[in-house]
Ligand binder design. Sequence first.
Ligand SMILES: CC(=O)Nc1cnc2ccccc2c1
Length: 446
Amino acid sequence: ENGGRSSVRGRSGALSPSLVAEEVQRIDVNPPKGTRDFPPEDMRLRNWLFNHFREVSRLFGFEEVDYPVLESEALFIRKAGEEIRDQLYCFEDRGNRRVALRPELTPSLARLVIQKGKSLSLPLKWFAVGQCWRYERMTRGRRREHYQWNMDILGVPEVTAEAELIASIVTFFKRIGIKESDVGFKVSSRKVLQEVLRCYSVPENLFGKVCIIIDKIEKIPIAEIKRELNVTGLSEEAIEELLQVLSIKSLTKLEEILGGAGEAIADLKELFSLAEKFGYSEWIQFDASVVRGLAYYTGIVFEGFDRDGKLRAICGGGRYDRLLSTFGGDDVPACGFGFGDAVIVELLKEKGLLPELSLEVDNIVCALDRDLQGVAAIVATKLREKGQSVDLVLESKPLKWVFKRAARTNAQRLIMVGNTEWQKGMVVVKVLSSGKQYEIKLDELE
Ligand SMILES: CC(=O)Nc1cnc2ccccc2c1
């Protein structure tokens, strides 16, 4: 199909190098383990998803930010036993610096906020869509990268901030056709754990570690949870009381156990009342077992789940009021969420909600004679200046080839530049949906 030329000879007919030099060993053309390419069809779906992330962030008045994918390893070294730490994609660079591919975006946000310091006026509402990395033994065959949408509000201590963040995710779900019958949010507060641990005089510095162990409650046997809590230093009765409280699924019950004085109850009541006002009460439920797997959360935590229970958490977030001070900055009240690009696509597949996205081009322009290639370029430029997309045929091709390409690229119109018509300053337009064909002066083409 390349006009009859044999593939080993280029335009000039010379022998191609491969026949002369030694055989070149073919490189591995797959992307590195655990990573993905985004060829056009996959990139259309990714852009569709990210455009919704960005449009919702805009609707909520958030500003877009980004950070280097490479950060100092120190940003992610936390001693709470988190999985994200065990799987850090870290290495020593050529300057002998310990660096890491970011496993999440929040520490970078904290770093930038500290760096900007007083020059930032609060509250800050920032969002980012960034690639995050982990290094897992490929035995699990899981991906080593994914893209995360993050939205964060800094400088707002009240739970109106968390309510706003959940509202933004509900808005996103509604835009892509996901309903409250498909997904929900489990909501709790780490202050529940805090209040229980205080009753048993568990030192504050064990709080993060205890949360990380609790977060594994549905992933490892309960006996293992108890053992790890015990090793961490909790008494038998503290462990029993903790596990008891974590099984509570109603705020009323929680109030009976904890008493009505604590901040946990007040925050959660406020959040559920705001949910009413935002109109997403049907989407959220209290569930004391939600703690999330990041050590820095300090208050409300939430995670989006699929009600069929087939998938891992869709998204998650919460309040992290102490993160900045762990980096030596002044504390700023903060809350945010992360939303990965993988589970949501699995959910859309499950629900038959994957959009059909095809390549669209307004025009395909071709010269019918070799010496009219320049005129075809004029036509293409004119249309592009009017904001129309043009797939300009760049070589002299038989019309059959052009029609085939027009069909594959979903071109709306075919513009042909032929000698006969061009003598009169005209070009031929064929509307491909109707087959209607007409001649028109170039400067009347729009
Ligand atoms: C389902 C999925 O791809 N999860 C995923 C993939 N890559 C990651 C990379 C860093 C942190 C978390 C990650 C999570």
